[in-house]
Every structure is written in structure tokens, then in C-alpha cells.
Design a protein around this ligand. Structure first.
Ligand SMILES: [Zn+2]
Length: 112
């Protein structure tokens, strides 16, 4: 009976705080116990480089290189097959990247 109290069972939407180990919600930005901000993959910016994404889109955008780089393989292949919708899709992506709204396969914005 005491086992359950010592070892809390994690729910699907829960994780341990990176600082104090308290069970918190996965989407929680800040631990409710110690107040430390979580560096979860669910929050913040993408790990992918903004400059690399921009350059790949600028140089090889019609081949979907920037989409392969950011993990968006499906749309990357589609882009490769259509040559970036004959350049239109590539230009749209380029603009989206420049304004910092382009997201990687985890849905995180690529800004740095
Ligand atoms: Zn904590």
C-alpha cells in the first residue's frame, strides 16, 4: 500500500520536474512545486537552426531540402515531386521562414 505513495505512477500526460522531481503535467511550463521552468520539447523554439533552414530553402527549396531538414519528410517528398509547386510553394515557405512562423515536425517554431 505504501509502494504507491513512494513511487507515483506517471499518467500519459505527466512527467517529472527537471529540478525537484515532482510529477507535473507534460505541457506545464513551470513546475507547480518549485517554480522552475521546464525545458520540455513541448515548449520553446525548435532545435533546428534558423539560418540553415533559411539557406536550404533559398538554395534547394524547390527540392524540399528545408522540409527534410526540419523533419517534415512527407511534405518534403511532395515538394520534391512537384518542385515546390513550380516554385510557388518554395516562395511561400521562404516568407514563412523569414517571419519566424515556420515550424518543425514537433510543431515548434524555428527562430534561432
Ligand atoms: Zn519542481
Amino acid at each position: 500500500m505504501t509502494d504507491k505513495e513512494i513511487k507515483p505512477i506517471l499518467g500519459a500526460d505527466e512527467q517529472f520536474c527537471s529540478s525537484c522531481g515532482e510529477v507535473i503535467k507534460k505541457r506545464a511550463e513551470i513546475c507547480t512545486k518549485c517554480g522552475v521552468r521546464q525545458s520540455s520539447a513541448e515548449t520553446g523554439n525548435s532545435e533546428k537552426s534558423f539560418v540553415t533552414t533559411l539557406l536550404l530553402c533559398f538554395l534547394l527549396g524547390s527540392f524540399g531540402a528545408h522540409r527534410f531538414y526540419t523533419g517534415k519528410i512527407g511534405t518534403g517528398i511532395l515538394m520534391l515531386l512537384t518542385l515546390g509547386c513550380l516554385g510557388i510553394w518554395t516562395i511561400i515557405d521562404l516568407i514563412v521562414i523569414v517571419v519566424g512562423k515556420f515550424k518543425d515536425s514537433n510543431g515548434l517554431p524555428i527562430k534561432s
